[in-house]
Design a protein around this ligand. Structure first.
Ligand code: SAH
Ligand code: ZN
Ligand code: ZN
Ligand code: ZN
Ligand code: ZN
Length: 422
C-alpha cells in the first residue's frame, strides 16, 4: 500500500528533507523502497517497480486459499501435509514440487483451528514482530471483554485472540462472540474466509483486498441486534505511534459512520496493547485513553514471558478508552482495587498520598521525590546537577533532542533503554 512520508532531520537544521519509505518495514533490508518527496521518477524505474511488485505477490489469492482449504479438509488425515518451508497447506498434487522441503503430516482439525501454532512466528523485529500471547493473557483478555458485554472483536494484529474466539465459537454452542482479524500476515488467509480475515496494513490503513475487504470490515463494525464491538490491537512495538494512531482513528471513524444517530460523540471501545513507556505518546493521540496495570505475557518472547517460578515483569500494558474501574484485574495474580484511583493496580503499586495516585508504571513500588514533585523508579536518585531524578550511573550532560522511541532526552533511539531488551 501507500508509502509514508518521513523527514530526515539533521541536528541544528530547522527543516529536513522529506522522503517516502515503506510503511510496514522499518528496516531497509526488508523493503528498500525510497523516494525523495520532490524526486522525479523515470518511466523505466516505475516499470521496474511494478515488475518487482508483480513478482512478489503471494502465490495464491485469498479466494484461492479459501477454496484450497475446502479441499484440504476433505482429505483423509494421512494426506494432509503442511510445508514448513513455504508455510503452506499442500494438496496432494503439489507434494512433488515440495519434495525436498520439510513438512508436517497428519494435520488435524485442531491444528487447522490454531494456525498460530502451526505457522512459525515471524519474529523479525523490524517488520512483523510477531509475539504471541501466552494462553493466560489471551484467556484473560477474552474473558474481560465478554464480561464487559462485547460480542464482536475487531482483532487488529492479534491472530491468537482471533483464533481463540474462532475455535471456541466452533466448539461451544452457547459461545456467541465473533471476531474479524486484520493482519499483514497473509499466511492466515489459508485458514480463514474473507469474512474472518482481511489482509491489512495498520501503518497506513490499507486493505489489500480493496473495497470488498473494506466493506467486510464496515459490516462487521455495524452493531446489529445490539451486539457491541470492541477493537483489540497489539502492534509491533517498534512501530510509529503516529502512523498507528492515524489508522486507528480511521477504523474508529468507520465504526462511527456505520450508525446514523447512535454514536455521535462516542468512540469505538478499544484495547491497544503496548509497552508502558509509550504512555505519553499514546495519550498525545488519544487523550481519552488510560493505561491499565495488567502485564500482558507472551509465549515466544524470551523476556516478556513469565517463567515457571516467579514471573518476569512484562512491560506491556493495555491502553483503553473504557472506564478504568470497569477493567477488573485478577486478584489471584496480585492485582487489587484502589478506591481512590478507582482502578485495579499491581500489588507493588502503592498509592502515593502526595501525588494522590497509584504512580508505579512497571509494577515495582515507586518512591516520591519532593524535589521533582513526583514519584520515580525505586532505582533512581535525585541528581542536583541535572535537577531531576535519574539513574545513579549517568553522565550529567544532556542532549536537547529527545529520543525518537521514548521521547526522553539524554540518549538516541539506538541506545533507548526501553527498546534494547527487545
Ligand atoms: N500478541 C498478538 C500478536 C501480536 S504480534 C497475538 O498473540 O495475537 C504483532 C502482530 O501484528 C502480528 O500478527 C503481525 O503479523 C502483525 N503486524 C505486523 N505489522 C503489521 C502491519 N503493518 N499491519 C498489520 N498487522 C501487522
Ligand atoms: Zn515447500
Ligand atoms: Zn491509588
Ligand atoms: Zn508521589
Ligand atoms: Zn528527583
Amino acid at each position: 500500500g501507500p508509502a509514508l512520508l518521513f523527514v530526515k532531520t539533521s541536528q541544528g537544521k530547522e527543516e529536513g528533507r522529506r522522503f517516502y519509505a515503506c510503511s510496514a518495514c522499518r528496516d531497509r533490508r526488508d523493503c528498500n523502497f525510497f523516494q525523495w518527496e520532490d524526486e522525479k521518477v523515470s518511466e523505466t524505474r516505475l516499470a521496474a517497480r511494478e515488475e518487482y511488485n508483480r513478482n512478489h505477490q503471494p502465490s495464491f489469492t485469498h479466494r484461492q486459499n479459501v477454496d484450497r482449504y475446502k479441499n484440504f479438509v476433505l482429505l483423509p488425515l494421512s494426506k494432509r501435509r503442511f510445508c514448513q518451508e513455504c508455510q503452506q497447506l499442500l494438496l496432494p498434487a503439489e507434494w512433488e514440487k515440495h519434495s525436498d522441503h520439510q513438512f508436517l503430516c497428519n494435520i488435524t482439525t485442531t491444528q487447522l483451528k490454531s494456525p498460530s501454532q502451526l505457522l512459525y512466528p515471524l519474529e523479525n523485529k523490524k517488520t512483523n514482530a510477531q509475539y504471541l500471547f501466552a494462553d493466560r493473557s489471551c484467556e484473560f483478555l477474552l474473558n474481560l471483554l465478554i464480561d464487559l458485554g462485547f460480542r464482536r472483536v475487531l482483532s487488529v494484529g492479534t491472530p491468537r485472540l482471533h483464533e481463540m474466539i474462532q475455535s471456541k465459537a466452533s466448539q461451544e454452542e452457547e459461545f456467541n462472540v465473533r471476531s474479524l482479524l486484520l493482519d499483514i500476515d497473509f499466511r492466515y488467509s489459508q485458514f480463514y474466509t474473507e469474512d474472518e480475515f482481511c489482509h491489512y496494513n495498520m501503518f497506513n490503513h490499507h486493505f489489500f483486498g480493496g473495497e470488498a475487504a473494506r466493506e467486510t470490515c464496515r459490516k462487521f463494525l455495524y452493531e446489529e441486534n445490539g451486539e457491541r464491538v470492541i477493537m483489540v490491537t497489539d502492534p509491533p512495538f517498534g512501530g510509529l505511534v503516529e502512523a498507528l494512531a492515524s489508522s486507528f482513528k480511521k477504523l474508529m471513524a468507520m465504526w462511527r459512520e456505520t450508525e446514523k444517530e447512535g454514536h455521535d460523540n462516542k468512540e469505538m471501545p478499544m484495547f491497544w496493547i503496548f509497552p508502558y513507556f509509550f504512555e505519553s505518546r499514546i495519550l498525545d493521540f488519544f487523550p481519552s485513553f488510560s493505561m491499565m496495570d495488567y502485564q500482558v505475557d507472551y509465549d515466544n518472547h524470551a523476556l516478556y514471558k513469565h517463567g515457571k517460578t516467579g514471573r518476569r515483569q512484562s512491560p506491556v500494558r493495555i491502553f483503553t478508552n473504557l472506564t478504568p474501574s470497569m477493567i477488573v484485574l485478577p486478584e489471584e495474580e496480585g492485582y487489587r482495587f484502589c478506591t481512590v484511583c478507582q482502578r485495579y493496580v499491581s500489588s507493588g503499586n502503592r498509592h502515593c498520598d502526595i501525588c494522590n495516585s497509584c504512580t508505579s508504571k512497571d509494577g515495582r513500588q515507586w518512591k516520591h521525590c519532593v524535589l521533582c514533585k513526583k514519584c520515580v523508579k525505586p532505582s533512581w536518585f535525585h541528581c542536583s546537577n541535572c535537577n531531576c531524578c535519574t539513574l545513579q550511573k549517568h553522565s550529567c550532560e544532556k542532549t536537547d533532542v529527545g529520543c525518537f522511541v521514548c521521547g526522553k532526552a539524554g540518549h538516541k533511539r539506538s541506545a533507548c533503554p526501553s527498546l534494547s531488551r527487545r
